[in-house]
Ligand binder design. Structure first.
Ligand code: GLU
Length: 482
C-alpha cells in the first residue's frame, strides 16, 4: 500500500458532535494503525455558514479526544495552507487547467433560465438537469461574452456517453451510478468561489490523500468527485463511507436525540478515552467483539473490513457504561485530578489532603467525573431529618452507645489513617468487645454517615479524617449535635 494519508475536513460551522466527530476518529485511527499521516483541513469556503470561533472549538475538541494531526492550519506542513479560504490561487490554476483541456467551460445561463429547467424537471416534463446550453456555444461566442465581462460560472464537462460511473468503496463495495444522473455541475461560482465537489478533489490530490473516509451522506458526491480526479489525470483515492449515525429513536441525529457535542460530553464529565471508545464503535466492531478499548488498542485493531453498512445508533446507556469502565481503570491519582474541577468547593469544603480518600470511598459509584458531586452527600449528608432520626435511634440502645464510644476511643490511637488499617482497627475493637459483622459495622456506619449501607467502612473513615470521624461518633453516642 502507498503511504497512508488520511484527512479530516470539517467545515467550521459549529462544534463537533457524535455524528461528525466519527469521521475524525476513524481517519485518525486508520492513519495511526498504518503509521501514516493524519491531515486536518478546514473547509471554510462557504463563508455564509462559517460560525466565528468554531475552528478553535474544533481544534480543542480534537485535542481533548487525543486526536493529534500531523499537518493542519495551526501547524503547517508540506501542503500548506490547510484552510480552503487560503487556497484560492491553487483552485484557480486548476480551473484554468480544466478550461484548457476542455474538461470545463464557462456557462452564462441566468438563474431564471436555470430555474425554468428545474421547474420543468419538477413537473416531470424533463430530467431535472442542466441541459448543456453553454457547452454547445461556439468558441468565439464564448470568448466574446467572457471578454465583455458577462457573469459566468464554470461547469465541469461530464464526459459524453458515460453510461455508468463505477465507484469502489471499501465499505459499500462496488457501486455503479448512472452517468445520466450527473449533469455538468458548477465548479466555480460567478463570484469566483469554487464549490465543495471541486475544492475537495483539488485538495485531496495536492495533499496526497490515500484514503477518503467519511460519512455515507457523502456517497452521492463521490461520482462527481471521481470524475474530477479522472479529468485531472490523478489516481482516485480509496473511498470508505461510514454508515449513518442515527439517534436512539432511529431518527436523524438531533439535539434532543443524542447529538451531543463533544464539548457537552466533556462538560458532563465523560472521560475522553471513553468518548473515543464509544465513537469508534459507531459502525465498527472489534474482531473479538471486545468493547472496552483504549486508544492504543483501537489503533491496533481498527480496519475498514470491520466497518458495517447498517445504520449505527447512538446509545446513551452504552456511553454511560463505557464511561464507568474507563473511569474505574484510572489510578486514584488520575481520577482525583479529573474529578476535582467538577466539584464545587463551596458545597463540599474537603481539605485537599483528604480529597483522594473521598474519591476512593465513592469511586465505585461513578459513571462520570461529574457524578462525584451527587455522591458526596453520602459522606456529607448535611441536615436531613431521616438521617438525624437514624442516628438518634442508635442512642436509644445503651450497648450501641458504649460500642461507639469504644470504637471512637480506639480510633484516636490509630496512627496510620488509611482505609485498610482503619477497617482492621474497627474489626479488632469489635473482636475485643465481642461484636462483629452487621452488629458492628451497621451502627458505626450509621453514626458516621447516617445509613447502615454505604461505602467500605475503612474508606469512609479515611475520607472523613480522624477528627471528623471521632467527632461524629461521639456526637451520636452522647447528646451533642452532629
Ligand atoms: N467539509 C465536508 C464536511 O464537513 C467534508 C467532506 C469530505 O470529507 O469530503 O462534511
Amino acid at each position: 500500500m502507498t503511504a497512508v494519508r488520511t484527512r479530516f475536513a470539517p467545515s467550521p460551522t459549529g462544534r463537533l458532535h457524535l455524528g461528525n466527530v466519527r469521521a475524525a476518529v476513524f481517519n485518525w485511527l486508520f492513519a495511526r494503525h498504518h503509521g501514516g499521516r493524519f491531515v486536518l483541513r478546514i473547509e471554510d469556503t462557504d463563508v455564509e455558514r462559517n460560525v466565528p470561533g468554531s475552528l478553535e472549538g474544533i481544534l480543542e475538541d480534537l485535542g481533548w479526544l487525543g486526536l493529534d494531526w500531523d499537518e493542519g492550519p495551526d501547524r503547517g506542513g508540506p501542503h500548506a495552507p490547510y484552510r480552503q479560504s487560503e487556497r484560492a490561487a491553487i483552485y484557480e490554476a486548476t480551473v484554468q487547467r480544466l478550461l484548457t483541456t476542455g474538461a470545463a467551460y464557462a456557462c452564462f445561463c441566468s438563474d431564471a433560465e436555470l430555474e425554468e429547467v428545474a421547474e420543468r424537471g419538477r413537473e416531470g416534463r424533463e430530467v431535472r438537469r442542466y441541459p448543456g446550453t453553454c457547452r454547445r456555444l461556439a468558441a468565439e461566442e464564448r470568448a466574446a461574452r467572457l471578454a465583455s465581462g458577462e457573469p459566468a460560472v464554470i461547469r465541469f464537462a461530464v464526459p459524453e456517453g458515460l453510461d455508468e460511473i463505477e465507484i469502489e468503496d471499501e465499505v459499500f463495495g462496488s457501486i455503479s451510478f448512472p452517468g445520466n444522473d450527473i449533469d455538468d455541475f458548477v465548479i466555480r461560482r460567478s463570484d469566483g468561489r469554487v464549490t465543495y465537489n471541486f475544492a475537495v478533489v483539488v485538495d485531496d490530490i495536492d495533499m496526497e490523500i490515500s484514503h477518503v473516509i467519511r460519512g455515507v451522506g457523502h456517497l452521492s458526491n463521490t461520482p462527481k468527485q471521481a470524475l474530477v480526479f479522472d479529468a485531472l489525470g490523478a489516481d482516485r483515492p480509496r473511498f470508505a463511507h461510514l454508515p449513518t449515525v442515527l439517534g436512539p429513536d432511529g431518527r436523524k441525529l438531533s439535539k434532543r436525540a443524542g447529538a451531543l457535542s463533544v464539548a457537552e460530553l466533556r462538560s458532563r464529565g465523560y472521560p475522553a478515552p471513553a468518548v473515543l471508545n464509544y465513537v469508534s464503535l459507531l459502525g465498527w466492531s472489534h474482531p473479538d467483539e471486545r468493547e472496552v478499548l483504549g486508544a492504543a488498542e483501537l489503533v491496533a485493531a481498527v480496519g475498514l473490513d470491520r466497518v458495517g453498512r447498517s445504520d449505527a445508533h447512538v446509545d446513551p446507556d452504552k456511553l454511560e457504561w463505557l464511561s464507568a469502565q474507563h473511569l474505574s481503570a484510572e489510578s486514584l491519582t488520575e481520577l482525583t485530578h479529573h474529578v476535582r474541577p467538577f466539584l464545587d468547593p463551596e458545597h463540599f469544603p474537603v481539605e485537599a489532603e483528604r480529597f483522594p480518600a473521598v474519591v476512593d470511598a465513592l469511586r465505585s459509584r461513578l459513571s462520570t467525573y461529574a457524578d462525584l458531586e451527587h455522591h458526596m452527600r453520602l459522606l456529607f449528608p448535611g441536615d436531613d431529618p431521616e438521617i438525624d432520626a437514624a442516628r438518634a435511634a442508635l442512642r436509644e440502645n445503651p450497648s450501641v452507645k458504649a460500642l461507639l464510644l469504644t470504637v471512637a476511643a480506639d480510633l484516636e490511637d490509630v496512627g496510620d489513617w488509611e482505609a485498610g488499617p482503619l477497617g482492621a482497627a474497627v474489626r479488632s475493637t469489635g473482636a475485643r468487645v465481642g461484636v462483629r459483622g452487621a452488629g458492628l459495622f451497621h451502627p458505626v456506619r450509621t453514626a458516621l454517615i447516617g445509613s447502615s449501607e454505604g461505602p467500605d467502612l475503612g474508606k469512609i473513615l479515611a475520607a472523613l479524617g480522624k477528627a471528623e470521624a471521632v467527632r461524629r461518633m461521639r456526637a451520636v453516642a452522647g447528646s451533642g449535635s452532629v
